[in-house]
Design a protein around this ligand. Structure first.
Ligand code: ADP
Length: 590
């Protein structure tokens, strides 16, 4: 008792309780009971958590000053009630039966009154109180009266009247509590609404946390708020600053929050709050130091987690130690923190994706630079080899081993040159920094050009090339050189892998939002297994008929990269031994 007295004797500003009309209604009950039953003093107190404080005091100025807003621990009232005489709603504790020695400390004020010299005289230390109950049977308040004008303990008639006033006080208080509960629900629903809005619409964590502060402060009637996320993997901890809890002991706070998350509850610590049994001595000390440093009366530590993990915490603080965190507030705080946690997870996933994309881009750039550097380095010596081969060609005799060796050398160098050229093209189309131009242009001349370019090869192989195209221009969003490369590549392949006297059909067609360029042949076809790897670098078919033809295995990879970087796609449809159709689909200009 002694060590808690200074805090319990705190007097609060009663205007923080409920609303003005509820307070006025209670004032009316208090003044009526005093006037009608004949007492100088009538006090109505309300229960808030572990304490009860007087919100309406009828009586002398001195009494009002001493008693209004005065807090008393509920437990103290309960121990007095236990030894009281039962007068119906009212309980009477004669002065000689008081449980607490220090009556003044418990009830704040002893009237200056000389008892009459009669058996039923009222003693200044007599206690006449009516506990007021809510519908669920919990004590919600107390009506106490003191100093009877008659100087005597109340008789039958007075007691009867008192009974009615106690009932009225209880009704009035219940209504006030219901209004409060409703107002609280509205407040909390509003916090939830605003937090969800910020949590789902904001695109960076700093904004989410910043914007959630105001609704949390207002909705939870708090004077302090801090939101903190914990480090995970490669992502650093993040939060609003300053955080009084972290300053005292960040590790201890995380441990408390994680345990609370596992138990799906909050941690409450305050001057007038019963110690949380789930906390260790040190943890309580951390909370206590934090509220002292922050000039707060109590703090609510809310774990911020989803179903998988605790990602951080929200800490709310109130200066007024008497303003208890209601069960609804505690439950809703958990819900709101969960909404923020979802935002944290969403934004962290986005952040990871962003980093991954940047890393992949960096790797792609590096790969493309490597390809291009190596190819360039090969180009000069290769040109020298081919140049000297030409010189040797003029010097060597018409026939003989030397000329055969030279022929093999020249073929190998030419082939190597093909690989180097393809690698250079691949490096270029793979470079993420070289954006694909998307000026619209007519695809038909490009397709005709490609057919013209492969005309001699086709003729040599006795392959007929046909074209089906619409009248007029077919506009497409693709770089002309790129499209030429793709069509020439597909057409060369079709001719290369076709038997003599067969036909290769090229179709240029316009669909709703795509332009199609299809190359169909009646050649060797591609097995289903090979089709799966067809567009990967250096892939060459296992089909002996295909291996017999020269090639680098880079052509289709280049085609795919070009088509994709113009926002299009490439598809193949093929049956082994019957032929293949390669279809390129590119977006039409907007
Ligand atoms: P390259 O033709 O230089 O080897 P590509 O990337 O153009 O490289 O083709 C990869 C492989 O796909 C070829 O080696 C071949 O086995 C197969 N292929 C491509 N086009 C056809 C086609 N029209 N018919 C049959 N097989 C084909």
């Amino acid at each position: 008792m002694t060590d808690t007295t200074p805090q319990h004797r705190a007097q609060i500003d009663v205007t923080t309780w409920s609303d003005a009309s509820s307070r006025a209604a209670l004032d009316l009950v208090a003044s009526s009971v005093a006037e009608m039953v004949g007492f100088e003093i009538a006090i109505i107190s309300v229960v808030r958590g572990e304490v009860m404080y007087s919100v309406s005091v009828e009586g002398s100025n001195e009494a009002v000053q001493a008693m209004l807003g005065l807090a008393t621990p509920v437990s103290m009232i309960e121990s007095e009630l236990a030894r009281a005489d039962d007068w119906g709603r009212f309980r009477f504790v004669p002065h000689d039966r008081l449980a607490n020695d220090d009556h003044l400390a418990a009830f704040g004020w002893v009237p200056d009154l000389t008892p009459l010299d009669t058996a039923d005289a009222w003693d200044p230390l007599d206690l006449l109180i009516a506990p007021l109950y809510g519908e669920d049977g919990d004590m919600i308040g107390l009506l106490s009266i003191d100093v009877p004008l008659s100087g005597r303990r109340p008789g039958r008639t007075q007691r009867h009247l008192l009974e009615r006033y106690a009932a009225q006080a209880e009704r009035t208080l219940r209504v006030a509590f219901e209004r409060d509960a409703l107002a609280e629900r509205l407040r909390l629903a509003e916090v939830a609404r605003r937090v969800v809005r910020f949590a789902t619409t904001q695109d960076d964590l700093a904004s989410v946390l910043h914007d959630c502060r105001a609704p949390l402060l207002e909705g939870f009637r708090s004077d302090y708020v801090a939101i903190r996320t914990y480090a995970t993997g490669d992502l650093a901890p993040f939060g609003t600053s300053p955080t009084i809890l972290d300053e005292v002991g960040a590790e201890a706070v995380r441990a408390m929050a994680r345990r609370a998350w596992a138990d799906e509850r909050v941690v409450v610590h305050g001057d007038l709050v019963a110690p949380d049994p789930a906390l260790s001595e040190e943890e309580r000390a951390v909370c206590q130091e934090a509220i002292t440093n922050g000039g707060l009366g109590s703090i609510l530590l809310v774990p911020m987690g989803d179903t998988l993990a605790c990602h951080g915490h929200v800490a709310l603080g109130r200066k007024d130690p008497l303003l208890a965190w209601s069960p609804d507030e505690q439950r809703d705080a958990l819900e709101v923190a969960r909404d923020i946690a979802h935002a944290v997870v969403r934004l962290r996933t986005q952040e990871r994706e962003r980093r991954l994309v940047a890393e992949l881009r960096r790797l792609a750039t590096y790969r493309s630079q490597l390809l291009s550097t190596v190819s360039h380095e090969l180009k000069n010596p290769l040109a020298a080899v081919l140049g000297y081969a030409e010189v040797l060609d003029t010097l060597l005799p018409e026939a003989g081993d030397g000329r055969r060796a030279l022929g093999a050398l020249a073929r190998a160098a030419t082939r190597l040159g093909g690989v180097v050229d393809d690698l250079l093209v691949l490096a270029e189309v793979e470079d993420p920094d070289s954006a694909a131009p998307t000026e619209p242009f007519d695809a038909l001349p490009v397709v005709l050009g490609a057919i013209e370019l492969t005309r001699i090869t086709a003729a040599r192989r006795e392959v007929t090339v046909e074209l089906t195209a619409p009248e007029g221009a077919v506009l497409v969003c693709c770089d002309a050189g790129d499209l030429d490369r793709v069509v020439t590549n597909l057409l060369s392949n079709a001719i290369k892998y076709s038997p003599a006297a067969s036909t290769v059909s090229v179709v240029l067609a316009e669909h709703d939002d795509e332009v199609e360029v299809a190359v169909r042949d009646e050649g060797i076809g591609i097995s289903a297994e090979d089709q799966e790897r067809l567009f990967t670098e250096f892939f060459r078919s296992t089909n002996p008929a295909a291996v017999a033809e020269p090639g680098t295995g880079l052509g289709l990879t280049i085609c795919r990269r070009i088509v994709e970087r113009h926002g299009g796609r490439i598809e193949v449809d093929s049956t082994l031994g019957e032929g293949s159709t390669f279809r390129v689909l590119l977006p039409t200009p907007a």
